[in-house]
Ligand binder design. Structure first.
Ligand SMILES: NC(=O)c1ccc[n+]([C@@H]2O[C@H](COP(=O)([O-])OP(=O)(O)OC[C@H]3O[C@@H](n4cnc5c(N)ncnc54)[C@H](O)[C@@H]3O)[C@@H](O)[C@H]2O)c1
Length: 325
C-alpha cells in the first residue's frame, strides 16, 4: 500500500509543541516539503536550540504560547486557515509525570478540545500524538490497536496515560459528531538527537551516564522490555499517517524489543565507556513489556522502520558527545 503525499508546498500546518524533541524533527521535514509551518510552544520541556536552525527560514514561524489556554488571538500567523493541525504538545517523560501533573492533564484535555474546535472551523486534518502508554502495563503482547489496555487510573503515571486516553476519546468524538478529518498515532518509545539529557527517560539517561563514566542506573532487575524507535522512522510513520486517509489509532515504532539491562550494556559498548550498571528500585506502574503490533501501520500505510538500534544509538551517542564538549 503506497500513500501519496498530500501535504507539501502551499499547505499551512500548525504543530503544537514544535520546539520539542519529536515535533522539531517533524517540523524540519514539513519545511523541507515546502509547507508553511507554525509551531506553538510554551517551552515547558522544549528548547529554542531544537529550532534555532529555522530562525531565518521564511516558511517557519514560532509562537510562544500555552495551547491549554487556547490559541492566542490577533497573532497574524494563527489567523489564516490551517490545512492540518498536529497536536504534539505534551510533557512526556516519567519525571514530568510528577513535576507537571496538572499541565499534562490540561494539554491532553483542554488543549485537545481547543485544537479540535479549530480543526472543525478550518476543515483541517487533525493528527493526535497519542502513546503506547494508552495500553498501560499490558496483559496482551505485542500490543495491537484493538487492545484496550491496563491503566491504573489513580497511579503516578495516570496523569499522562489518562490524558492521552481522553485526547483519543475527544478526537473520535469530534470525528463522529462534527465530521472532523482525524488521525491518531500511538507512539512507542522513540529516541534520537535533541532529547534532553536530563529528561529522565532511559536512553538519554544511560547515554549521559556512559559518557561521563558514571554508573548506569537501571530500575528493577532490568528485565523489563521496550521496543525502541529511532526518531527518523517515527517521523516517516507520522507523515505517512498524515498523508493517508486513515483515522487510526495506528501504532508506530519498531518491533525490535530489548530488555533495559541489554539496552544499558549496548550503550556502554557503543560509547566506549567503562561505566557499570547499578540497580535501583523499580518505579511504580512501570510496564513490564512493550512491543507494538505493527500490522496496521505496515498494511495500511506501507510503514517500515529503517534504522536499527545499533545505528540509531550510535547517532544519538554522537549527538550527546558533541553537546558535552
Ligand atoms: N518520545 C517518545 O518516545 C514518545 C512516546 C509516546 C508519545 N510521545 C508523544 O509525542 C509528543 C512529543 O513528545 P517528545 O518526546 O518530543 O516530548 P518533548 O517534551 O520534547 O516535546 C513536547 C513539546 O511540547 C511543548 N508543550 C508541552 N505543553 C505545552 C503547552 N501546554 N503549550 C505549548 N507547548 C507545550 C513542550 O515545551 C515541548 O516542546 C508528545 O505528545 C508525547 O506525548 C512521545
Amino acid at each position: 500500500m503506497a500513500v501519496e503525499r498530500r501535504y507539501g508546498e502551499g499547505h499551512r500546518i500548525l504543530v503544537t509543541g514544535g520546539a520539542g524533541f519529536v515535533p522539531s524533527h517533524l517540523v524540519d521535514v514539513l519545511v523541507e516539503r515546502g509547507c508553511t509551518v507554525v509551531a506553538v510552544d510554551n517551552f515547558v520541556t522544549g528548547s529554542e536550540e531544537n529550532i534555532a536552525h529555522l530562525r531565518e527560514q521564511p516558511l517557519f514561524t514560532l509562537v510562544k504560547a500555552d495551547v491549554s489556554d487556547g490559541l492566542p488571538e490577533h497573532v497574524p500567523a494563527l489567523v489564516e486557515r490551517f490545512d492540518a493541525i498536529l497536536h504534539m504538545a505534551s510533557p512526556a517523560s516519567p519525571t514530568d509525570f510528577s513535576a507537571l501533573p496538572v499541565e499534562i492533564l490540561r494539554v491532553g484535555s483542554v488543549a485537545t478540545l481547543h485544537l479540535l474546535e479549530r480543526a472543525a472551523e478550518d476543515g483541517a486534518r487533525f493528527l493526535l500524538a497519542s502513546t503506547s502508554e494508552a495500553y498501560g502495563d499490558p496483559h496482551v503482547h505485542p500490543q495491537p490497536e484493538s487492545y484496550w489496555g491496563n491503566v491504573n487510573p489513580v497511579g503516578v503515571r495516570s496523569v499522562y496515560d489518562e490524558a492521552k486516553r481522553f485526547a483519543e476519546a475527544a478526537t473520535m468524538a469530534y470525528h463522529r459528531s462534527r465530521g472532523v478529518d482525524v488521525a491518531i498515532v500511538r507512539i512507542f518509545n522513540t529516541y534520537g538527537p535533541r532529547m534532553r539529557p536530563d529528561d529522565g527517560r532511559a536512553i538519554p539517561t544511560f547515554i549521559s551516564q556512559a559518557l561521563r563514566g558514571a554508573p548506569l542506573t537501571v530500575h528493577g532487575s532490568g528485565d523489563q522490555t521496550r521496543s525502541i524507535c529511532y526518531v527518523d522512522d517515527l517521523v516517516r510513520g507520522i507523515l505517512l499517517l498524515l498523508d493517508s486517509a486513515e483515522t487510526g489509532p495506528i501504532n508506530c515504532g519498531t518491533e525490535h524489543e530489548m530488555s533495559m539491562r541489554d539496552l544499558a550494556t549496548r550503550i556502554i559498548e557503543l560509547s566506549d565507556s567503562r561505566s557499570e550498571l547499578v540497580f535501583l528500585p523499580r518505579t511504580a506502574d512501570d510496564p513490564e513489556m512493550r512491543r507494538p503490533d505493527l500490522t496496521r501501520a505496515r498494511t495500511l500505510l506501507g510503514y517500515r522502520p529503517e534504522v536499527g538500534p545499533e545505528e540509531g544509538l550510535r547517532r544519538t551517542i554522537e549527538h550527546f558527545r558533541q553537546r558535552l564538549h
